[in-house]
Design a protein around this ligand. Structure first.
Ligand SMILES: *Cc1c(COP(=O)(O)O)cnc(C)c1O
Ligand SMILES: *[C@@H]1O[C@H](CO)[C@@H](O)[C@H](O)[C@H]1NC(C)=O
Ligand SMILES: *[C@H]1O[C@@H](CO)[C@H](O)[C@@H](O)[C@@H]1NC(C)=O
Length: 551
């Protein structure tokens, strides 16, 4: 028995040796090492393909290799610099006389004159910018001056010192409560526990909601390698949050209606998912994602987006940065607005900017949570600091109390009726603008805008060239990609100039049609090229170089 085992082993050894003797020793050494390397790289390669798709992975690999060739990197860098210079060209020359040191003798009250001069030299934005300034009328009157007075009255307060500035603490709590009430907190279906905080803007609200969701899911489900899934149309602040908080981000293409593709999102959910996001509406096209149901197909998709979250027990953030101070009023005015707030079961947090359609000063937003259990994860408590016991609710330490007073003043001075009237005006202006743009045969509207953003592109013209002509006429619109298009976010500043806008747009379309091609100083060629460039790493580097070269 034993001897027969030995003899078969012996026979195997002889056979194996004679078989291997036909190979060179070096081959025998290198082959296993190579196989090991392949075995190690294939899974990470497959991982990259899973994440970025085969095309992008291969392309990244090829571009990475090409850049190793002598001369190529230098050439690419030089070309990159040219683009950066072009993007910079308007700003750079003006910087030459910028101050880099304190004046020796202070200017005293004379400083105010300097400020006035500088302000006079700014471009005209009144009625000309997409979004940007949401308050209507002239800067020295009406709502503007009311806000200015409120801000300056409390300009030197800091809510960090709760015991000193009680008035600000109260304003803040009231702004949060009044905002929450617009978004379903008083309804039974909300659970009656909605809470939140004021922040410095939509981005901070989003950062906090993502951070709280991450830590809440870690506590609830032990998720330590968190992932979040967002539609392609969701704001760039989610990328920021993912990078800051070490969360893997999946950006999912939108459906034919330019809304969150619920099925595609569902396919990506697994045990590491902490959060999905819907926007009401999204910044690019002003379209509300299917937060919940109202019509036939979207009805099904929408209900699913709400249910999806409940059944998987993950967090669901609704981005109402843009819509929070419009949709509740638009619905009251009879516009068909699908559910978007805490009345939808699965929603765990909401961001809403008071400094957009809330007509508050810049630097004011609110983040809201379904309950205190989730919000607790937003706070940072420090017990071992020699500076004492410390607990802080938001990202900033010291904060400007004047802005809080300004937001409170905005909401109190307008009231329900004020916001309703404003919403009526901007919704009517948007619908009129949308209708007129639709009648320009060279253009198409992107999707079906739900609110006050109208995005449009063209199948026959380079829309970015149209944008350049519009810029030369003083308009500041937003350039978008996928598809190439531009949008205007309609505010009270535009109510009186819709006709002028449409006329300029018609003219610009005709100019480009008669004379297609880049205009001097225009950015169309860069937008066009950046959109088509397959190597997204390079586009990213371009953006960073551009930012880095600014100062
Ligand atoms: C404006 C906006 C944000 C970000 O807000 P900031 O105040 O600029 O930080 C986020 N999401 C949407 C949909 C927005 O429109
Ligand atoms: C945040 O909310 C907590 C609890 O209501 C409150 O104590 C704190 O003052 C708030 N802070 C901000 C910045 O809103
Ligand atoms: C979810 O699971 C984690 C860990 O198992 C993987 O690393 C992720 O790639 C996966 N996410 C998706 C969307 O497949």
């Amino acid at each position: 028995m034993e001897s027969s085992l030995f003899s078969s082993l012996y026979r195997f050894r002889t056979a194996a040796n004679s078989f291997l003797s036909q190979y060179e020793p070096l081959t025998l050494l290198v082959a296993p090492i190579l196989s090991l390397l392949v075995a190690l790289t294939v899974p990470s390669f497959l991982g990259l393909v899973h994440e970025n798709g085969l095309k992008a992975t291969l392309l990244g690999f090829i571009m990475g290799s090409v850049k190793l060739l002598p001369g190529v990197k230098k050439y690419i860098d030089a070309e990159k610099q040219k683009v950066v210079d072009k993007l910079q060209s308007s700003g750079k020359s003006k910087r030459n006389d910028w101050r880099t040191e304190l004046p020796k003798a202070g200017l005293g009250v004379g400083t105010i004159d300097k400020l006035k001069d500088a302000k006079m030299n700014d471009v005209v934005w009144q009625g000309k910018c997409s979004g940007t300034v949401y308050i209507g009328g002239s800067e020295s009157e009406g709502h503007f001056s009311l806000i200015n007075e409120a801000c300056s009255m409390f300009a030197h307060t800091n809510p960090l010192h709760l015991d000193v500035f009680q008035s600000i603490v109260r304003f803040e709590a009231e702004v949060v409560a009044m905002t929450a009430a617009l978004l379903g907190s008083k309804e039974k279906s909300s659970g009656g526990q909605i809470c939140g905080n004021m922040t410095s803007g939509g981005t901070e609200s989003i950062l906090l909601a993502v951070k709280s969701s991450r830590d809440y899911m870690k506590a609830k489900k032990g998720i330590t390698r968190p992932e979040m899934i967002i539609p392609e149309s969701a704001h760039s602040a989610y990328d920021k949050a993912a990078q800051y908080f070490n969360i893997k981000l999946w950006r999912v293409p939108v459906n034919n209606e330019f809304q969150a593709d619920v099925k595609a999102i569902k396919r990506l959910i697994n045990r590491s998912t902490i959060l999905i996001v819907g926007s009401a509406p999204g910044f690019p096209h002003g379209i509300v994602d299917p937060i919940e149901a109202c019509g036939s197909l979207t009805d099904f998709l929408a209900r699913e987006l709400g249910e999806l979250v409940v059944s998987y027990g993950i967090c669901f953030h609704v981005d109402l940065c843009l819509g929070g101070f419009v949709l509740p009023f638009a619905r009251k005015l009879g516009y068909p607005i699908p559910p978007f707030d805490f009345s939808v079961g699965g929603v765990t947090s909401i961001s809403v900017d008071v400094h957009k359609y809330g007509l508050a000063p810049k630097g004011t937003s609110v983040v809201l949570y379904r309950n205190h259990d989730i919000r607790k994860h937003q706070f940072v408590a420090v017990t071992e600091w020699s500076g004492g016991l410390y607990v802080s609710p938001t990202i900033a330490g010291s904060r400007p109390g004047g802005l809080i007073a300004g937001a409170w003043a905005s909401m109190m001075s307008l009231g329900m009726e004020g916001y309703l009237e404003n919403t009526r005006e901007i919704m009517e202006a948007s619908k009129k603008l949308q209708k007129e743009v639709k009648e320009i045969p060279e253009l198409f509207i992107v999707g079906r805008p739900d609110m006050t953003i109208v995005a449009f592109g063209s199948h026959v013209l380079d829309i970015f060239e149209v944008n350049d002509i519009m810029s030369s006429k003083g308009w500041h619109l937003n350039a978008l990609q996928r598809p190439n298009s531009i949008h205007i976010c309609v505010t009270l500043q535009h109510v009186a100039v819709v006709g002028e806008f449409v006329k300029d747009l018609r003219d610009s379309v005709q100019i480009v049609k008669r004379n297609p091609g880049p205009v001097s100083g225009g950015l169309a060629p860069i937008y066009g090229a950046a959109g088509k460039m397959p190597d997204r790493v390079m586009v990213r580097e371009l953006l960073v170089d551009f930012m880095d070269s600014s100062c």
